[in-house]
Design a protein around this ligand. Structure first.
Ligand code: SF4
Ligand code: SF4
Ligand code: SF4
Length: 200
């Protein structure tokens, strides 16, 4: 495979403003009241007064070996060789929701036409616009930053090839990303982070 693109999220810089969620909805013309491809969740541990809570911004993890791709009966989901980004060919989707049931992170969403939609790392604009798009480019090659990254006021969110992002991450964060087999590196500096699925 070519490069594996990934997200890097630093909870120490996140101010929990949800600008990333809003930017994603704007970029992809998503209904403000429904499908959310990127969400900000709270993670906490301990008991008052020794209680810590952090905000974590998550979307599709573009998994190493995506269970959504394995269960899709029509082959609509593809983990691309060129950049490891997981895309959906919505022309092939039959709306069976198998992908949603198999995804541990609640990433696949369904809205209006009942076809799967989720983060495509801003390969294109709009649901399904990742499929068939050219490989993700670096900014200095003329590529654009994903909208959520571009809008993050705290500078908490980044995107790029995994091997570049791991160079700036702590060992703990890289270990967590490797264990989860999702291509998202999360710096916590605090509580252990777990994610809960979110219903549509
Ligand atoms: S996070 Fe879910 S939707 Fe995204 S690649 Fe992994 S299994 Fe598929
Ligand atoms: S809902 Fe669509 S993308 Fe998801 S498993 Fe079914 S056919 Fe595949
Ligand atoms: S990369 Fe693009 S599609 Fe993915 S969560 Fe960010 S704004 Fe949304």
């Amino acid at each position: 495979m070519g490069e594996q693109w990934a997200f890097y999220f630093d909870a120490n810089k996140c101010i929990g403003c949800h600008a990333c969620t809003v930017a994603c909805k704007n970029q992809n013309d998503l209904d403000p009241e429904s499908a959310t491809w990127r969400r900000v969740v709270q993670s906490g541990q301990g008991e008052f007064p020794d209680y810590e809570e952090i905000s974590v911004s998550i979307s599709c993890m573009h998994c190493e070996d995506p269970p959504c791709e394995t269960v899709c009966p029509t082959g609509a989901i593809e983990k691309r060789d060129s950049d490891g980004i997981v895309t959906v060919n919505r022309d092939k989707c039959i709306g069976c929701h198998y992908c949603a049931w198999s995804c541990p992170y609640g990433a696949p969403k369904f809205d209006g036409d009942n076809k799967m939609q989720k983060c495509h790392m801003c390969l294109g604009k709009g649901a399904g616009e990742g499929y068939g798009s050219p490989a993700k480019k670096h900014e200095d090659d003329g590529g654009e930053k994903p909208a959520c990254v571009d809008t993050c006021v705290g500078g908490a969110l980044k995107a790029g090839p995994m091997d570049e992002l791991t160079k700036e991450a702590t060992e703990d964060a890289v270990n967590r990303a490797t264990k989860r087999k999702g291509n998202v590196i999360i710096e916590t500096g605090g509580p252990t982070v777990t994610f809960e699925s979110e219903s549509d």
